[in-house]
Design a protein around this ligand. Structure first.
Ligand SMILES: Nc1c(C(=O)O)ncn1[C@@H]1O[C@H](COP(=O)(O)O)[C@@H](O)[C@H]1O
Length: 188
């Protein structure tokens, strides 16, 4: 049986390079998928609640200090009147990825429109409603532009997606008989 290393021998946690922030802890069930994607690529991240509406001064400080603290990208999720991603983008030079979080009413359309319609000059890369996993993957791609090893792992990940989709096609073709037997994946 292997035992985990004692605290003295355990390597120190690497400094986070991606900040995952959200307007409330109630966003975490959606935002967790961003953290999961980063963990799969072994990218160190931090998570916090930073609300533009409820804690404006702290939110500005977070955005202003993010680059100096060593973060390379920020993923910001919020629901409803989601001003957090845009306000962070206005005070940091880092890339900001916005995640519209769907709430009980309006199915996330309110959040999507709040995040995506940024004025020229202040970009927020907006993923789909609830698309936190893609936000994590996009942050990984941004980091991979400066990290050949990470770029290699992203290529492997894409190949796995391809393999899975190819397998899905095979399964479907084996279940459905088409009149001419044609299948994109080379079914004869
Ligand atoms: N959209 C924002 C901001 C902001 O943009 O600054 N701060 C909180 N919120 C959102 O309010 C919703 C309800 O929050 P509570 O569950 O705490 O009442 C959350 O989805 C949060 O992201």
């Amino acid at each position: 049986m292997t035992s985990s290393p004692s605290p003295e021998t355990r390597p120190a946690d690497p400094s986070p390079v991606v900040g995952i922030v959200m307007g409330s802890d109630s966003d975490w069930p959606v935002m967790e998928a961003a953290a999961q994607a980063l963990a799969e690529f072994e990218i160190p991240y931090e998570v916090d609640v930073v609300s533009a509406h409820r804690m404006p001064r702290e939110m500005i400080a977070y955005g202003e200090e993010a680059a100096e603290r060593g973060l390379k990208a920020i993923i910001a999720g919020a629901g409803g009147a989601a001003h957090l991603p845009g306000m962070l983008a206005s005070v940091t030079p880092l890339p900001v990825i916005g995640v519209p979080v769907p709430l009980k009413y309006l199915d996330g359309m309110d959040s999507l429109l709040s995040i995506v319609q940024m004025p020229a000059g202040v970009p927020v890369a907006t993923v789909s409603v609830g698309g936190a996993r893609n936000a994590g993957l996009l942050a990984a791609r941004i980091l991979a532009t400066q990290d050949a090893e990470l770029m290699g792992r992203m290529r492997e990940f894409q190949q796995e997606l391809n393999d899975q989709a190819t397998e899905k096609g095979k399964r479907l073709r084996s279940k459905v008989t088409t009149p001419n037997g044609f299948g994109f994946g080379g079914a004869k």
